[in-house]
Design a protein around this ligand. Structure first.
Ligand code: ADP
Ligand code: ZN
Length: 438
């Protein structure tokens, strides 16, 4: 494989040098943060007065965590470390788990963010000859403009299509010879089903790659998109609190996402004891910005569950890779006392050949018990099959495989393909209809 690097001196930085750089950057970030109302108070309470309190990377443990709740409390300007006049842009998180949080960028922040997205895109083998259709929501969501600027930085032709309207997406792909797209994995699956439905010939489009992120998905889902669309799919991880996209990204090796450690200091902690875990163990990702000026954030608890790979990547980048995100700790469902991540269900359904490209998890209360139903789309040919034994056998196979994987016995409903709702933003995979405890 021929590897290419956008920022070779940074991406292949020797790890000892990277650590020295990180320590300096943490100290600078801390000094900036101390200027904000929020951290001014928070750090004083923790007895941290300045850079001298953090003389080694290990001392970072002294800094208290920041949570989404803190960002909401500090809303609107409590975490701003520059004058309002220096702010060029704001973005807000999609609000999956409540009130959205707002992130501010000054000119340098936009430049460094753009560089991170550009290096991520470039690491997948794309270059200025590519035509990039950005099929993700623009606006307050960071995925639109973040990828847009990154693509332009490389010199690609960027088509700001946004999501939705699949017929129009196909037209754009054909007219301009799109070679790479960015979308949520659920939208890519939807695009593929629509392509078949509308009879779009694969030969008429030049697609080679896709960046898929913004929501958790399984390795089987990746493989399915790759096989059906005959492209390479690269996992893209980011969150608005850390700019948006360009936090961690898969290189051509497609084996875990390089987390850009010259821009973020990463820890994985045990979400119960809050202690940092050794490399290789699974826990919650905690991130500190290393270059952000307008809004530095220290030890942000992402709630995202992952682990570091311990081996180096063949591409030569020295930045450690994280595993596919298992989900957020707050996505976890408790069904009759059993903890289940929606991603465990996805792994099973997407691994079954007859299952179509969409599914929905419904949780209800039946008397005192929780009832889990998994609705899965089934291709039209099978669905129309007169022989009910065929459908029953498929249903029973899904149920049995799920039960083995999650230990809860689910009800499985088969529905026609393209009949479950498709979201333009992040997919809504779970409908929890249980009454909330008061
Ligand atoms: P919100 O927090 O409101 O959903 P964001 O746009 O900031 O808004 O979403 C960031 C979150 O999206 C991450 O914390 C993570 O949970 C999820 N996410 C982003 N990219 C991925 C990915 N590649 N795999 C799994 N989850 C992802
Ligand atoms: Zn690599």
């Amino acid at each position: 494989m021929n590897f290419q690097y956008w920022h070779p001196e940074k991406e292949k930085m020797d790890r000892a040098a990277l650590k020295v750089f990180q320590l300096g950057a943490v100290q600078k970030t801390l000094v900036r943060a101390l200027k904000t109302d929020f951290y001014g108070k928070r750090l004083a309470e923790a007895g941290i007065k300045g850079a001298d309190d953090i003389r080694s990377l290990d001392h970072i443990k002294r800094i208290p965590f920041t949570t989404k709740h803190d960002l909401r409390t500090a809303f609107p300007y409590g975490m701003l470390a520059v004058g309002k006049d220096d702010v060029l842009r704001l973005h807000a998180s999609s609000g999956t788990t409540g009130v959205p949080t707002t992130i501010y960028f000054n000119r340098n922040d936009i430049v460094s963010w753009t560089g991170l997205v550009a290096r991520s895109i470039f690491s997948t083998g794309c270059d200025r000859r590519d035509v990039f259709q950005n099929m993700i929501t623009y606006g307050l969501f960071t995925g639109g403009l973040g990828f847009h600027y990154g693509g332009e930085e490389i010199g690609m032709l960027v088509i700001p299509s946004g999501p939705g309207n699949t017929s129009r997406q196909f037209r754009l792909m054909r007219d301009y010879g799109t070679t790479v797209v960015h979308a949520t994995p659920s939208f890519l699956l939807h695009v593929e089903s629509k392509m078949r439905e509308e009879g779009v010939a694969r030969e008429n489009i030049s697609l080679k790659r896709a960046f898929a992120g913004a929501e958790p998905y399984s390795e089987d889902t990746r493989r399915r998109i790759e096989e059906l669309l005959r492209i390479d799919v690269f996992n893209s991880y980011g969150l608005s609190e850390m700019n948006g996209p360009g936090v961690a990204f898969e290189c051509q090796c497609k084996n875990g996402m390089h987390l850009w450690e010259d821009a973020f200091f990463a820890e994985i902690i045990d979400p119960d004891t809050l202690e940092p875990l050794p490399d290789g163990e699974t826990g919650e990702l905690v991130l500190t910005t290393l270059s952000r000026e307008a809004m530095p954030i220290l030890r942000y608890r992402t709630r995202d569950i992952t682990a570091f790979y311990t081996e180096a990547c063949p591409c030569g980048r020295t930045h450690r890779r994280i595993r596919r995100i298992k989900g957020r700790s707050d996505d976890m469902l408790i069904i009759n006392g059993v903890n289940i991540f929606p991603s465990q269900i996805e792994e099973v359904v997407m691994g079954i050949r007859e299952v179509g490209n969409n599914y929905l998890i419904v949780v209800e209360k039946e008397g005192f018990m929780d009832r889990l139903t998994v609705k899965t789309e089934i291709s039209l040919e099978i669905f129309k099959d007169d022989d009910s034994r065929v459908l029953n056998a498929i249903r029973e196979n899904i149920r049995r495989t799920l039960q083995t994987a999650i230990t809860v016995n689910p009800k499985v409903e088969l529905v026609e393909s393209n009949s479950l709702p498709v979201s333009e933003g992040k997919a809504i995979r779970v409908m929890d209809k249980r009454p909330k405890d008061v």
